[in-house]
Structures are given as structure tokens and as C-alpha cells.
Ligand binder design. Structure first.
Ligand SMILES: *Cc1c(COP(=O)(O)O)cnc(C)c1O
Length: 398
């Protein structure tokens, strides 16, 4: 037995089996590369589901974290800290919103927005107590809490975990008439991923986000954009909503906001929505902690110049070119440096392709049976994209 198999056995023996990881045991990471316990190197094309947009251990982010580690790491929100204000103001400015509420995980940001939208509906829109409804979309992924999985359309996410919270109406993604029909007088919000990541990088038809915005405006409904995976430069823009110049009422951010170092999530909105929260109505012990704030502030500073967004756009075009015409592929959807690759029926499954690719030095992850989702860190170089696509091609072909 080598060290990797010992560690695999240990993890399996003592861990819950809620994941089915690829058979690699990683020990180090730098930029777009990771190294396993045996010293094998891999290109990381999952980038922790876009939490590693800036790559592994980006020097600026590590420096910001280290500096903060030497001063103050946690205080709780019972006290103010010198790290929080600068983070909130920088992120509010990046979002073009009045205010930011910091949490930790993406699911918590979604839960926070659900609470905000309901209370906004009762106090500002005049919806009768207990009646607020939120429109969501088939194929959505917003996290793993009981409320959130309650409106998932994925049976594995739901089964055995009920009873679920009511008040959600799910409609087909990309169908504006279906959304219009689902919005009623008690609808307080539409919760949408501007690109559905887990569903397989599903990009809605052109004009759709704009139409969603218009439907929200026409009905006095909040548009909540879950940009936890699509936001912060992944699609070649700060937000995927920018692709259609759409400004939602509420942005939900997470993943890359933590710089690949710590969990940081946030809700950004204008005062009319944010001020539904008053002391005691919402909170989090770790939300907005100094370490998270320091890293988040540096992430925002990096994004403020636009260079990462431009890089994602450019590299995305390169990726799209490289992926074009690969055999054994039915459809490729590319959005910035992010792609869903649907494998043709009769060939290997997405899981098999990911396992083969891993053996050849490329890490990516299946989503559903026949889709491989790739999201390389934005620090990747064009020749590394070519190298990864060559491996994928080989993995699909044989
Ligand atoms: C990952 C993700 C979440 C949940 O984030 P966690 O940090 O895993 O709780 C929510 N929404 C979207 C779109 C995501 O991709």
C-alpha cells in the first residue's frame, strides 16, 4: 500500500460518503496546477467549482491572508473590526449596490436572500403574512440546505430530506412565458442563476435575462441573481448578468470571493431591500470575519481593474476554438472560461472521461451522466488550455 491508498482508506473509513471523488489524493497546489502525494502533477480544470478563479495560492491573496493572520482573525459581529468596513465598501462599489451582508458559504447567501425577499414582500409589497412565493428554475443549483434542496429538481438532492419549506414555484429555464405565468400577486422574487453551472453550463437564450428583468419590473418582483459560480470574472465579465447589461436587485456571491482560501459569501443589494434586516433578525458567527474580509477585499481589488474579466474572455475564446470539432462530443457550451461538454451517446460516460483524463494529468468533473464541466483557473496559459483539451480528446476517444 502506498500513501495515497492509505489516505483514501482513511478518508473512506472515517468520512461520510456524500462525495464520490476522483481517485487522486492532492497534497499541493500552485496556480493552475496541483500535485498528488506521489508527486504527479495535474492541471486543475475544476478550480473548486470556480472558487479558485485566481488559481491555487495566488501570491496577492496569500499575502493578504497572512498579514491578517498576524493581526486578528475572528471577533464575531458583536464588535466592529477594522477589516470589515473596507471589505463591505469595496464590494458594494464593485456590485454598484448600496450595501453588502457578508456570510460564509453560498447556501447561506441564498438563504439570506430568501429571508430578505420574503420580508421585503411583507413589509414593502404588502403580501399577506405567510404567503410570499419565490419563482425558481428547473435544473437549479443553489446549495444544500433543507429549504434550498426543497426546490431542487434533482431527485438525489431531495429524496429522503423532506418535509420541505413551501413558497417556491419552479419553471423551465429559458422559457420567459413560463416565468410570466408563474409570477402572481404573492410573488416576491425570482431567484435565477444567469448561467446554470451545475446543470452543465446552461447559457440561456440571448435576451432572456433582459426579459426576466422586465418581468420582474412589470410585476414589482425582486430579481435575485445567484452569481456564486458565474460571477467574479468567470464568464469574462464581473457578473454573468453583465453579458446582457442586466442589473438584478440582489447579487449573491460566494466561491471565488474567498480567493480559494476561506469561505466568503455575500448578498449585495440596495437599502430598500437590505434594510429589512435589523439587529437580531439575521446573522452569522463567522460572517464578515477579519480573515475573510481581508481576503475578500483583495479579491475585489484584483477584480476592480477588469484584467481578470478580459483574460477570461480571451482565454474562453481560445478554449472554444480548441474544443471545436472534438470527436465523440454532441454539444459544447462555452461562456467565458467555462464550458459544458455533452458527450455523445454510446461513448464513455462523463465519469469515465474524467477518470481517464485524471490518469493523463487533467482534473475535471462530470456533472450528470454525459456532461463534463470545465472551469480552469483564470491564471491558466493558452498552451496549458491546448494541453488540457488534447488530454480530454484522448480521454473521450479511448
Ligand atoms: C456552489 C453554489 C452554491 C452553494 O455554495 P456553497 O458554498 O457550496 O454553499 C449556490 N449557488 C450556486 C450557483 C453555486 O454554484
Amino acid at each position: 500500500m502506498n500513501r495515497a491508498s492509505d489516505l483514501t482508506a482513511l478518508e473512506h473509513r472515517y468520512g461520510a460518503h456524500n462525495y464520490h471523488p476522483l481517485p487522486v489524493v492532492l497534497a499541493e497546489g500552485e496556480g493552475a496546477w496541483v500535485t498528488d502525494t506521489e508527486g504527479n502533477r495535474y492541471l486543475d480544470w475544476l478550480a473548486a467549482y470556480s472558487a479558485l478563479n485566481f488559481g491555487h495560492r495566488h501570491p496577492r491573496l496569500v499575502a493578504a491572508a497572512k498579514a491578517q493572520l498576524d493581526r486578528l482573525t475572528l471577533a464575531s459581529r458583536a464588535f466592529r473590526t477594522d477589516a470589515l468596513g473596507p471589505f463591505l465598501s469595496a464590494l458594494a462599489e464593485l456590485c454598484g449596490k448600496d450595501a453588502v451582508l457578508p456570510m460564509n458559504t453560498g447556501a447561506e447567501a441564498v438563504e439570506t436572500a430568501i429571508k430578505a425577499a420574503r420580508k421585503w414582500g411583507y413589509t414593502r409589497k404588502g403580501v399577506a403574512a405567510g404567503n410570499a412565493r419565490i419563482a425558481v428554475f428547473d435544473g437549479n443549483f443553489h446549495g444544500r440546505t433543507t429549504t434550498i434542496v426543497g426546490f431542487s429538481s434533482d431527485p438525489d438532492s431531495r429524496e429522503g430530506f423532506g418535509p420541505f419549506a413551501g413558497g417556491f414555484d419552479s419553471v423551465p429555464y429559458g422559457d420567459i412565458d413560463a416565468l410570466g405565468a408563474a409570477i402572481g400577486p404573492d410573488t416576491v422574487a425570482v431567484l435565477i442563476e444567469p448561467v446554470q453551472g451545475e446543470a452543465g453550463v446552461i447559457v440561456p437564450p440571448a435576451g432572456y435575462l433582459r426579459a426576466v428583468r422586465e418581468a420582474c419590473d412589470a410585476n414589482g418582483v425582486l430579481m435575485i441573481a445567484d452569481e456564486i459560480q458565474s460571477g467574479l470574472a468567470r464568464t469574462g465579465h464581473t457578473f454573468a448578468c453583465d453579458r446582457e447589461q442586466v442589473v438584478p436587485d440582489v447579487y449573491l456571491l460566494g466561491k471565488a470571493l474567498g480567493g480559494g482560501i476561506v469561505p466568503v459569501s455575500a448578498v449585495a443589494a440596495d437599502r430598500e431591500v437590505m434594510d429589512v434586516f435589523t439587529p437580531g433578525t439575521h446573522g452569522s458567527t463567522f460572517g464578515g470575519n477579519p480573515l475573510a474580509a481581508a481576503v475578500g477585499t483583495e479579491v475585489v481589488a484584483m477584480l476592480a481593474t477588469g484584467e481578470w474579466q478580459a483574460r477570461a474572455l480571451e482565454l474562453g475564446e481560445h478554449l472554444e476554438g480548441a474544443l471545436t470539432g472534438i470527436e465523440g462530443v454532441d454539444e459544447v457550451r462555452v461562456c467565458g472560461l467555462w464550458a459544458g461538454i455533452d458527450l455523445a451517446a454510446g461513448g464513455p460516460t462523463a465519469r469515465e472521461v474524467c477518470e481517464r483524463a485524471a490518469r493523463m494529468g487533467l482534473l475535471c468533473k462530470e456533472t450528470h451522466d454525459r456532461t463534463v464541466r470545465v472551469a480552469p483557473p483564470l491564471v491558466i496559459e493558452p498552451d496549458e488550455i491546448d494541453r488540457g483539451v488534447a488530454i480530454l480528446e484522448q480521454a473521450i476517444g479511448g
